[in-house]
Structures are given as structure tokens and as C-alpha cells.
Design a protein around this ligand. Structure first.
Ligand code: PLP
Length: 391
């Protein structure tokens, strides 16, 4: 292994949302966190070196992102890993994935003012729809043996009331990696009802299957009103450096996006370090992904086995993608509040209740960490559950 994902790194005192501000989510501060989705891993050393070199200069003036270096790195990454050829002219920089989603929703959800998405869903999807004064329509995924499937009849019915379908591909929190057939069917329905399709593909690199992740633009010839949004930040653990990108094939919308960024929101500069991290990681750190995938796979397999053997009150089937474990607690004899209280007081762990993602009988455990942390977390879970069993 070139990269050491086993290393325990003390992240406290780094203004880390996950580690330093855990009290905001769980009420106390001395917890081992498995909460918001950044990893505990160091970013690739190639990126560290590129940033260290840049920092030697000590100049952080205004910058531009609209150049070949940035765009070619993204094109190269999509071609190498996904076999997808992007048009570099359609790439735009954005400070964050949700910033882009927020703008696109405002621009696209104008007729019925409503947005359709699968539930459970990434919690910021609820917020971005609500805070833009749009109506959210949810199509619930159907669970079968820990595998989440699309209810296409329900989706079709709800498409008729929506302006935009907001897809998460692969899906947070269920970890589904959508198949060709599923994506094609979604695209067909969007086309049938003239619903714009926004695909958030930030988790695309952590693909634990042998299938390829299929960027939504694979289906561009079938339907053109689609937008792909992604970032290197999840894979390489760089969200604090700021930076993401989108592919906006429609020229008018792209121009509108530029205008909003520059003349309404005055984002006059790209984050230099975020841009440098994206370019370096995509050009030089492909091996990091190759090593990250089996590491996450091992972590999630460990979670699956542990739960199966030791916590029969829960159910978990290993995800197809992402480093998030979506754990089914529907059959436990306790309320989520009781479980959370035991986690905090007995286990001293912070694991997200599924409530904010749309199902409070689930847990979302961030497994983007060393196996030893995952082990400690699961032991603490078992200790908490054992305590509840005895009550
Ligand atoms: C599906 C999904 N989209 C977007 C984000 C956040 O991206 P950004 O910080 O670039 O808005 C996350 C982070 O957890 C996520 O899981």
C-alpha cells in the first residue's frame, strides 16, 4: 500500500466539524465521531506536496479556473475511471456542490416550483429545496433485503408534478450504485415529462462493485436537459480547501451560471488550493482511489459481519458505493432517542440518526476512517445495545 489509511491521526484542534464541533450535533464533546461525511484520511501526498510548494510562494491573489489545466484534469479523470468523454467547454467551477444545486434549482424549478428526489436522501437536499422556497416531492426507495430499489410507478406519477429531478448518484445515504437500466429509465421519465435532471455525483469514485459508475451524461444523446455536479473533495478528503465543478451542457444555462456567480454572488476567484488539489489529485493520485476502495470495502464488510453476528437488533447489507453505512434499526425494541442516548452516555460515540435523512429508524455511520476506529465504534455500539438489553 502506498497510502496509509490505518494511521490514526489526531484531528482535534483543526476546526474540524466532525471532531471539534461534535457537541453541536450530540450535545456533548467527548465522543468518537462517525458523523458528517469527510474521511479521517490524509489527502494524497502528491496533493500535500503540490500545496506545500505553492505555499512557499506565499501569494494568494485572485485566480481563475477557466483554463485547460483545470478542465483537462477533470476530463482525464472521467475518461480514465468512467470511460466518459466530457466536453471541456461545458465544465464550470463552483465553490461547492450544494452551491451549484441551489443555483440550478432556482433557475430550473420555475413552473410548478417543485423538486422530486428519492428518499431517504442527503439532508442538505431537504434544506436546499426548502430554503429556495420550492416544494419537495419524495419518491421513497423500496427496501428489499437491505437493497434499495426504485418504485418506478411512484416515480412516474410524481414526475408529473415536478420541474426538476434531483438525483444522487451513487446515493447518499443508501449507498446504491444505480444500474444502466435504472438510470436509463429515470432519463426516459424525465424526458417524457420534460423534467430537468440534476445529478449529484460527488460519491462517484468510491465504487465498491465491479460495475462502472455511469455518469448521467452517458445518456445525454437521449435527453439534453441534464446537469452533472461533482467534486474531488469526498474522495481525497479536501472539502476544507473549497472547490467543486459541474458539467452544464446547455450554453444558455452555463452563461446564466457565470453571470450569477460573478455579478450576483461576486465569487470573483476560485479557491486556489481547492483547484490545485483537484488538478493534482485527478492527474497524479489515481492510485489513492485504487487503494481507498478496498479499504472502505473492508470497513463496510467488517460492519456487516459485526452486526450480523453481534447486534441482531440491527440489519446491514454492505453498500455498493460511498463510505457510509445505512444501518436498519427498524426492528430494535427501542426508540431512536433511547438508542442515541445510550450511544452518547454508554458508548461515547456520535452516530447520525437517520431522521435527518428521512427515516429515523436507521443509523448512518461514516466509515471513512481507520479500521481500528470502526472496530472501536462497533464495540461501543454493542456496549450501548447490551446496556439497553438489560434495562
Ligand atoms: C451527496 C452529497 N452531495 C454534496 C455534498 C457536499 O458537497 P459540497 O460540500 O461540495 O456542497 C455531500 C457531503 O456530504 C454529499 O454527501
Amino acid at each position: 500500500m502506498t497510502y496509509n489509511f490505518d494511521e490514526i491521526i489526531n484531528r482535534k484542534g483543526t476546526f474540524s466539524t466532525q471532531w471539534d464541533y461534535i457537541q453541536d450535533r450530540f450535545g456533548v464533546s467527548d465522543l468518537l465521531p462517525f458523523s458528517i461525511s469527510d474521511t479521517d484520511f490524509r489527502m494524497p501526498y502528491e496533493v500535500q506536496e503540490a500545496i506545500a510548494k505553492f505555499n512557499e510562494l506565499g501569494i494568494y491573489g485572485y485566480t481563475r479556473w477557466n483554463h485547460d489545466t483545470f478542465k483537462k484534469a477533470i476530463c482525464g479523470h472521467f475518461e480514465r475511471r468512467m470511460g466518459t468523454v466530457l466536453n471541456p467547454d461545458e465544465i464550470v467551477y463552483s465553490p461547492s456542490v450544494l452551491y451549484t444545486i441551489s443555483i440550478l434549482l432556482r433557475e430550473l424549478a420555475t413552473k410548478q416550483k417543485s423538486v422530486l428526489a428519492f428518499s431517504p436522501m442527503y439532508d442538505s437536499f431537504y434544506m436546499v429545496v426548502e430554503e429556495n422556497n420550492l416544494q419537495l416531492i419524495e419518491s421513497s426507495l423500496v427496501e428489499r433485503d437491505g437493497h434499495f430499489e426504485i418504485d418506478f410507478a411512484d416515480l412516474e406519477e410524481k414526475m408529473q408534478q415536478a420541474d426538476v429531478f434531483l438525483l444522487c448518484s451513487p446515493q447518499n445515504p443508501t449507498g446504491r450504485l444505480w444500474t444502466y437500466e435504472e438510470l436509463e429509465q429515470i432519463v426516459k421519465l424525465c424526458k417524457k415529462f420534460q423534467v430537468a435532471l440534476i445529478s449529484d455525483e460527488i460519491h462517484m469514485d468510491v465504487n465498491l462493485t465491479k460495475r462502472r459508475h455511469l455518469p448521467i451524461l452517458t445518456f445525454y444523446t437521449q435527453y439534453q436537459n441534464m446537469y452533472l455536479i461533482s467534486s474531488a473533495s469526498k474522495t481525497f478528503n479536501t472539502p476544507g480547501l473549497i472547490g467543486s465543478y459541474a458539467i452544464i451542457p446547455d450554453e444558455t444555462m452555463r452563461e446564466r451560471f457565470f453571470t450569477i456567480q460573478k455579478r450576483r454572488d461576486f465569487l470573483n476567484s476560485a479557491s486556489t488550493l481547492g483547484m490545485l488539489a483537484t488538478v493534482t489529485a485527478y492527474n497524479e493520485s489515481q492510485k489513492y482511489i485504487d487503494e481507498l476502495i478496498p479499504y472502505i470495502d473492508q470497513n463496510l464488510s467488517y460492519v456487516e459481519k459485526f452486526i450480523q453476528e453481534k447486534i441482531p437488533e440491527f440489519k446491514y447489507r454492505k453498500a455498493e458505493a460511498t463510505y457510509l453505512a445505512w444501518i436498519d434499526c427498524r426492528e430494535m425494541p427501542w426508540s431512536m432517542d433511547e438508542l442515541q442516548e445510550a450511544f452518547v452516555k454508554i458508548g461515547k460515540i456520535g452516530v447520525m440518526s437517520g431522521k435527518i435523512y428521512g427515516n429515523e429508524r436507521y443509523l448512518r455511520m461514516n466509515c471513512g476512517a481507520s479500521l481500528s476506529k470502526i472496530r472501536t465504534g462497533l464495540d461501543a455500539m454493542l456496549k450501548s445495545v447490551s446496556y439497553l438489553r438489560e434495562q
